[in-house]
Every structure is written in C-alpha cells, then in structure tokens.
Ligand binder design. Structure first.
Ligand code: PLP
Length: 361
C-alpha cells in the first residue's frame, strides 16, 4: 500500500521494523521505550543521540539550540511572537503564501502587531514573492515564512534576507523538514511538526539561535517559553518519549542513506516524474502552482473533468494508493511524496494516472 497522506505520513520501512524489534525490550533494558523514565540513562542517551544526529544531518551550528517540544507546529504560531516580541505593540512581518502562513499570522495577532507584507491569496496561493520587491518593515522583530505550504504545494527554493533590526528570519518547515539540506545560519528559528518526514505526531522540533532565547513576554505560559525548555534540555516536563525515540531512528536512517543531499536528489526525481506526468497530460491533469516554486513534497492537482475526481480517488484506493484527496479547503487531489515515499510509489501513481486518462480522456 502506498500512503500519499499529507500527515501523519508514511515512515521508512526499516525504521518501523527496527522499532518493532525493540518495542518490547529496548536493547536489553527489559523495558519498552514507552515505559522508561525520561530521566533514566536509556532515554537520556536516546534524546542526546537524536539531537546529535539531527545536528549532523542539518549541520546545525553550536550557536543554535535544538528543542524537542510538544503541541505541534500550531503551538509555535503562538510561541514565536510570545518569545520574540517584548509586547503586543512590537511588529513582525509575515509573508503569506498559503493556509499555514495565514494561520500563523492570525495567531500572532493575539500577541504582537504583525503585518502581512505579501500575500498570494488573490491568486489562490500559487506563488512565492519576488524578494527584491518585498517591502520589509525595518522595525519588525522578525520576518516569518512557511517554507513549504502543505495544502497549496508552494515551496520556497531560496529565502528572503531579513531586513529587520535583528536580522531574524523564522520558518515553519513542518512539511519539508529534513527533505533537503538547509543553511541553518540563515534563520533565527526553524520549527517543524514531526509527522511528515521525521516521525509520529506529538513531537515538535525547534532550532533556535541561542541569543533569541530568554526574552519571553511575561504572559508566556511556561510550556511555551523557550528558555525553560532550553535550560532543561527539553526535559522540563515529561516529553513525548516514544515519539522522540522514533524521530531518532529516522535521523539515524537518513544519515545511513548518506545525508540530506542524497535525500533531496531522490525527492527531486520523484517530484519530477509526477509533475512531468501532469504537464504532459495535455490539460487532463493540471497543477496550478507556478513551475519554479512547485513543492517537492506536496503535489496538488485537479482533473479537467472535475466530476471524475471522486472516481479517480476511489479507483486509486482500490489499487493500493490511499489518501489522494485534496485538502477540504481546496478540493481536487494532492499526492504527498515525503522522504519515505518510495520511487516505486510515484511510478505506480503515474502509471495509474495514464491509464485513467486513457479510459476517460
Ligand atoms: N505548518 C504546516 C506547514 C503544516 O503542514 C502543519 C500541519 O499539517 C502545521 C503547521 C500544523 O502542525 P501541527 O498539526 O503539528 O500543529
């Protein structure tokens, strides 16, 4: 079965098999990772190795902290303004390229005075702005982007240089985290929910420049204060232990594959195959996103004969390709092809698409 879900999404088979083999008795400890104290030696070595492997994968400089948190990427929509802005009057710039950056902007309105400096809404979110023409506010505390819009399939291929006073760029990388190499030093904060590329839902990763920690507004709930989690090495309270263990197995697996440059190459190959099939269908299938910013992870497409979309999804499901329905807000179809989707899965989908077109075109 090939699972094209946008998240929680498919995980690498070797990772699931390793977890299965260690489920009942983790490395001779006599316990499952689920049963262990988060302060015991086994779990401490699990979380430390997960952090060190992630640092290797993304080449994270020592001047950044890595936090394993809870509450999903959604809780970061609040944590960011609460930790970076000193009061509700401080401003922040938001680039809105789809539903997720729109949500993060709306949540920021509760804790600071954010401004949308560019929005793709009028074009139905199919573009990334031209960085040279962006009017950034020099007094903004930070510039926020969503590096990959999971619903609309729009991905930043490069990043705007922040022109605010602290030079702070914040990126939601939930749906393309660890899908390609990233120069972490360009960012003040990178955050991501785990459930697309790196593990089960429930774990949220935050990579933050150390000098940005320790300035939270007085009203910040303790669980959203980066300083608390940094000082306690993500163990202030009971962390999502099993989820962190699973993320650690995925990081190990990605390193075994040779790191993120190779992972990106594979992701490009898969995405190229699918976009090419869409573009060569002579309009039978259509992807609305501008070519240069099409996501390598989430591929939305529609059928010219939209009345056939239900049949497309049902027939694909019968052939073992599930979760191809587009997000309820945009309709159509969406194939999410994260790291763990094998090339064979995309080949099968493309074969099915051609056959469906031959029957209905
Ligand atoms: N940001 C992006 C880009 C997402 O795709 C999602 C979820 O799918 C979120 C944020 C919200 O993440 P969570 O459900 O972990 O809060």
């Amino acid at each position: 079965l090939f699972n094209f879900a946008a998240g929680p999404a498919t995980l690498p088979e070797p990772v699931l098999l390793k977890a299965q083999s260690e489920l009942y008795d983790y490395q001779g400890s006599g316990m499952s990772v689920m049963e262990m104290s988060h302060r015991g030696k086994h779990f401490l070595s699990i979380i430390q190795k997960a952090e060190s492997d992630l640092r290797n994968l993304l080449n994270i400089p020592d001047s950044y902290s890595v936090l394993f948190l809870q509450g999903g990427a959604t809780s970061q929509f609040s944590s960011i303004p609460l930790n970076l802005c000193r009061s509700s009057e401080d401003s922040a710039d938001y680039i809105v390229t789809g539903s997720w950056s729109d949500k993060s902007f709306k949540e920021a309105q509760r804790y600071c005075s954010p401004k949308v400096i560019w929005s793709g809404k009028a074009d139905k979110y199919v573009k990334i702005p031209d960085f040279d023409n962006l009017e950034q506010n020099p007094d903004a505390t930070y510039l926020h982007i969503c590096a990959n819009e999971t619903i609309h399939g729009v991905e930043f291929k490069d990043y705007p240089v922040p022109k605010n006073k602290g030079g702070i760029l914040v990126a939601d990388m939930s749906s393309n985290f660890c899908s390609k190499p990233v120069d972490v030093s360009k960012f003040g904060i990178i955050y991501a929910g785990a459930q697309k590329n790196v593990g089960p839902s429930g774990v949220t990763m935050v990579i933050i420049r150390k000098d940005l920690i320790g300035n939270a507004q007085g009203i910040t709930p303790i669980m959203l204060d980066y300083k608390i989690h940094d000082e306690n090495k993500s163990l202030y309270n009971t962390p999502p232990c099993y989820g962190i263990y699973m993320c650690g197995l995925v990081f190990e697996h990605l390193l075994e594959l040779g790191g993120l440059a190779g992972v990106e190459k594979m992701n490009k190959k898969k995405a190229d195959l699918l976009y090419q099939a869409i573009d060569e269908s002579k309009g039978f299938y259509r992807c609305p996103v501008e070519q240069s910013v099409r996501s390598l992870m989430n591929v939305p497409f529609t059928l010219e004969k939209s009345e056939l979309e239900g049949d497309f999804i049902k027939e694909a499901e019968k052939e073992g390709m599930v979760q191809l329905k587009g997000h309820r807000s945009v309709g159509g179809m969406r194939a999410s092809i994260y790291n763990a989707m094998p090339y064979a899965g995309v080949e099968k989908l493309v074969g099915f698409m051609k056959d469906f077109q031959a029957r209905h075109g």
